[in-house]
Design a protein around this ligand. Structure first.
Ligand code: ADP
Ligand code: MG
Length: 637
């Protein structure tokens, strides 16, 4: 790579933009830089610890991170004896943000103008940046220039990387005997407003607040050439007895582990002895990580074997628990084999299963003991947990037990299935649900009218995942799940709460209605499977349902959209025989204005389609205009 040496190179375009944004507007808590650099130094030590399993000569006698202050040079250095970086590493890791999704991330941040942002918006952006973890670059919040001196463990070459953080960086070979034997020294030339970081008290305070997540001891050298003094022991937090750990320690650990700024919603810390021996420290985040639904999102479990980090994306938990951040430290897994082999061992399989069960059990416990706290967890992660309902049949019952829903009677949510079943109406044998795209539209759906009139509660299911689990779930507590839009509603046998008023109840000539349905079917032709009277309507004139044999219309639309099913099958148009519009139409059959009559039938059908979130027919606008013209007394030419 000689062409790169000594020349200044440009950061990847997005990085320069991100740098500007970060340094000038978003990160207000400048202390963060130290936490980021210390965590990089600790990561580097953990990586070398792992490599040294295969080649012990690579590692130092003991790992340590040293913070060195130099008041004359107005600089602060963070030094580690970890893995170090090669020339390639420097270009790859400090020259680009090598994460997928940088672009998408910037888009989410908005126009990235660098202008100061305020209030809620600012808070959101701060959270986002924190999650994205542009760690190293935070150094430029406090430094005009950053020098990195580094040597990859086992290599005889050393390099000097330097940048002012304004868009370019340079890499040069570095005189070997001045370079660290192994590891990295990051030197920050502090800017005018950051000189306070040369004060010992300041550094000690930050380290105290932020070091609980680090597995490497930290030393401080207060003045150039001075003695070093240990200011943090580097004992892994999860190995300490619970009584010795404060809320703050846990929170700090969680924030570093998950790259979050919030408080964990649930902290779980346990140790297992017996057939397997391991320790787990796990957190349910207090808010949704920005990449929760990104299919490429890596797992977030750190797997240690006897305090040696094996990998930070171990698949300990199933996909439907992917929001949980955790550390697993095992005493029994084999250390002398590859990462992959470790994760294929039967011991690991047993640990995975036990950890999954325990996390699930803790969630169930929270659902029972602290409704409000659990409601938050469900609000953020319910859609993910519900994936488990079809991916993990073995744990379905436990998941059903904690699942919370918005329903027609509790649109604000929080209803459990146990409560639902306890409130079944006379003759009600099924758990009814309605699938859809959004909650407010669902709760306004005409499909619910007949159910409301009978006091039947209906689960409102707005998440895409809902269509899948209801299709595979056999039922809950012996009650099958049934879509309100699928087939005949079968709710006639469930008594109405209030008898309809006399006028509406007055039986209309059944013959007139039958003729009307037949006529409608004839007009709508191939667009519908059938036209028939409905039990599920009370205030709307008509609605669409799936035919008795067909799948739920929402599921069908989703499958069709993903190309897994042919075109959607034809719906059944259900008519409310008690509605004044229908009654009026039934008395007008055979009236001279056939075209107007047909327009009205089509518009009824379109209205039902629109209520379902579907598109009306192409001729919709023309028909509506004709009917409106008629309504204002304009007679067609
Ligand atoms: P992250 O730590 O989330 O990967 P950073 O911006 O903090 O992101 O660091 C980018 C990368 O630079 C690291 O992943 C690592 O490969 C490399 N790096 C940073 N600091 C060090 C260090 N002290 N020793 C070795 N590598 C480092
Ligand atoms: Mg980092």
């Amino acid at each position: 790579m000689p062409e790169a040496e000594g020349h200044s190179q440009a950061f990847q375009a997005d990085v320069a933009k991100l740098l500007h944004l970060m340094v000038h507007s978003v990160y207000s808590d400048r202390d963060v830089f130290l936490r980021e650099l210390l965590s990089n130094a600790a990561d580097a030590c953990e990586k070398l610890r792992y490599e040294a399993l295969a080649d012990p000569a690579l590692a130092p006698d003991s790992f340590a991170i040293r913070i060195a202050l130099d008041k004359n040079a107005q600089s602060l250095a963070i030094e580690d004896n970890g893995i170090g970086m090669s020339h390639q590493d420097l270009t790859d890791h400090l020259g680009t943000i090598a994460r997928s999704g940088t672009r998408a991330f910037l888009d989410r941040l908005g126009t990235a103008s660098g202008d100061a942002v305020e209030g809620e918006d600012r808070r959101e952006k701060l959270d986002l940046i924190g999650q994205f973890g542009i760690g190293f670059y935070s150094a430029f919040m406090v430094a005009d220039r950053v020098d990195v001196f580094t040597r990859r463990a086992g290599s005889h070459e050393a390099f000097h990387w330097s940048s002012d953080g304004k868009g370019t960086f340079s890499i040069e070979p570095f005189v070997e005997d001045e370079a660290p034997v192994r590891g990295t020294r990051v030197v920050l030339h502090l800017n005018e407003t950051s000189k306070d970081y040369l004060e010992t008290g300041q550094i000690e305070r930050i380290v105290r607040e932020h070091s609980s997540a680090l597995t490497v001891p930290i030393e401080l050298v207060e003045e150039k050439g001075g003695e070093s003094r240990k200011i943090s022991d580097g004992a892994a937090l999860w190995t300490k007895p619970k009584a010795a750990i404060t809320e703050h320690d846990y929170k700090e650990f969680y924030q570093t582990l998950g790259g979050m700024f919030d408080d964990p919603a649930l902290t779980m810390h346990w140790h297992v002895e017996g057939r397997q021996e391991y320790t787990v420290l796990a957190f349910v985040p207090g808010s949704q990580p920005f990449d929760l639904f990104d299919p490429a999102r890596p797992g977030r479990a750190k797997l240690y074997v006897r305090h040696v980090l094996i990998t930070d994306d171990a698949e300990v938990l199933p996909r439907w628990l992917r929001f949980v951040r955790l550390v697993v430290d095992s005493a029994d897994l084999p250390l002398n084999v590859s990462r992959e082999t470790i994760q294929q061992s039967p011991v690991f399989t047993a640990i995975k299963k036990a950890v999954t069960n325990r996390v699930l059990q803790e969630l169930v416990k929270l659902a029972e003991s602290d409704k409000d706290k659990f409601a938050k967890v469900w609000e953020h992660f319910g859609a993910v947990l519900k994936e488990g309902l079809y991916e993990d049949p073995e744990r379905r019952d436990a998941l059903f037990g904690m699942a919370r829903f918005a329903t027609s009677t509790s649109p604000e949510g929080g209803r459990g299935l146990k409560d639902y079943v306890a409130g079944l109406q006379t003759n009600q044998t099924a758990i009814y649900y309605l699938l859809g795209e959004d909650l407010s539209r669902l709760s306004a759906s005409p499909q619910l009218e007949g159910f409301r009139a009978r006091g039947i509660e209906v689960l409102l299911l707005p998440d895409p995942v809902d269509a899948f689990w209801v299709a595979t779930a056999v039922g809950f507590d012996g009650k099958p799940f049934k879509s309100v839009t699928q087939g005949a509603a079968d709710i006639k046998t469930i008594p109405l709460k209030e008898q309809p008023d006399a006028a509406a109840a007055e039986p209309l000539a059944a013959a007139g209605l039958a003729t009307l349905y037949a006529l409608m079917k004839q007009v709508l032709g191939e667009s519908v499977e059938d036209v028939r009277a409905s039990d599920r309507l009370s205030t709307s004139p008509a609605c669409l349902v799936a035919s008795d044999s067909g799948p739920d219309r929402r599921l069908e639309r989703m499958l069709a959209a993903s190309g897994r099913l042919g075109p959607a099958s034809k719906p059944v148009l259900e008519i409310n025989p008690g509605h004044p519009l229908i009654r009026a139409l039934a008395t007008k059959i055979g009236a001279p204005d056939k075209e107007k009559f047909e327009d009205i039938i089509w518009l009824l059908f379109d209205e039902a389609r629109v209520m379902e979130g579907e598109k009306p027919a192409d001729a919709f606008a023309a028909r509506l205009t004709r009917v409106l013209l008629d309504a204002v007394g304009h007679s067609a030419a």
